[in-house]
Ligand binder design. Sequence first.
Ligand SMILES: NC(=O)c1ccc[n+]([C@@H]2O[C@H](COP(=O)([O-])OP(=O)(O)OC[C@H]3O[C@@H](n4cnc5c(N)ncnc54)[C@H](OP(=O)(O)O)[C@@H]3O)[C@@H](O)[C@H]2O)c1
Length: 346
Amino acid sequence: VSSTPSQSADNRRFVLAKRPDGLPQASDFRLETGPIPKPGRGQFLVRNVYIPVDPGMRPGLSDDTTGVQAFAPVPLGAVVGYLTVGQVVRSEHPVFAPGDWVTDHLLWQDYAVSDGTRARKIALHPNLSPSTACGVLGVPGLSAYFGTLAVAEVKPGDVVLVTSIAGAVGSIAGQIAALKGCRVVGTAGGAKKCAWAKERFGFADIVDYKARPDLAAALREICRDGIDVLFDNVGNAMIDLVLPLMRRNGRIVICGQVADYGIPYRDMAGIRNTNRFAFQQLTLRGLFTPAFEDRYPTAIAEMTDWILDGKLTYVEDIETGFEKLPTAFASLFRGENLGRKLIKTG
Ligand SMILES: NC(=O)c1ccc[n+]([C@@H]2O[C@H](COP(=O)([O-])OP(=O)(O)OC[C@H]3O[C@@H](n4cnc5c(N)ncnc54)[C@H](OP(=O)(O)O)[C@@H]3O)[C@@H](O)[C@H]2O)c1
């Protein structure tokens, strides 16, 4: 038990006001306030300090049931969000104590109660902010780590194409592949963003897909001998376009499908160049990062060493102000973020 915010203080939270029509808008969410919840026996109260915005939240905002929805739709009026980083302010739990930094599924709200089942204590490093637990040392970085090393099994000399390479997952995936001796190429939207990612992360070859309507020709120009690994964050049309460029025994990893999120099943692009799978003996594997949860500690320790040794760098695109969550989320779908987009609650 410790100093607790007054029970009459407001707990701000964003709920789903209406289902987005196409690209999400800030007006799809509604700010509500309520009392700060009280932890019961075996629970603790967390104040969210860093709340990231995740493109992967978009599919659950729709209720299109004609396709196969991976997650159940968020009910209208329910609090939205995903993993956050915060500090325990009051505890009736044997393991989590006031002052502990934790990451947990605590959604877009100031305060939330957890029973600890899905919470992870953050081992704070003096040179690293707790925010890294929802960035480079959280699900985005872990997706990059397991997607490149465990799913694609990149090896020295591979040509690895990472899409959305300036983003939270892509910027780390590209660097890990480079660390392993691969040649890394990428795609990003806009000349300024491509130049920024080259400069910031040292990627030599990034194609601005917004400026190159013939993206396949642009990729062929810089990957004359083909591509061994596609680490895809974009979706079906991108995979279809890259398939003819894949080299024998190439591997395609589906990490994200941002261009397909929220598109009704009947309008979604398909993957048609499937003859390439047999001809070039390709494999396509999906990445579901939580499936690697038992290996998170090893991955986090290794990535922490890389960061401290200067081998891995990361960018946090932080805005302060809880109320900015909806606009920050919508901005992801216009490609306005540089690296990991997150909100510091204040
Ligand atoms: N499989 C898993 O377990 C797992 C875990 C975490 C995340 N993910 C997925 O990984 C992907 C990347 O996540 P992130 O957090 O790193 O996001 P992010 O790349 O930091 O941000 C999203 C980026 O997507 C690009 N984009 C938006 N709309 C697009 C469109 N219509 N076509 C092409 N590109 C578009 C934009 O970059 P540009 O400038 O390039 O346009 C934008 O900056 C997401 O799809 C996410 O759902 C999967």
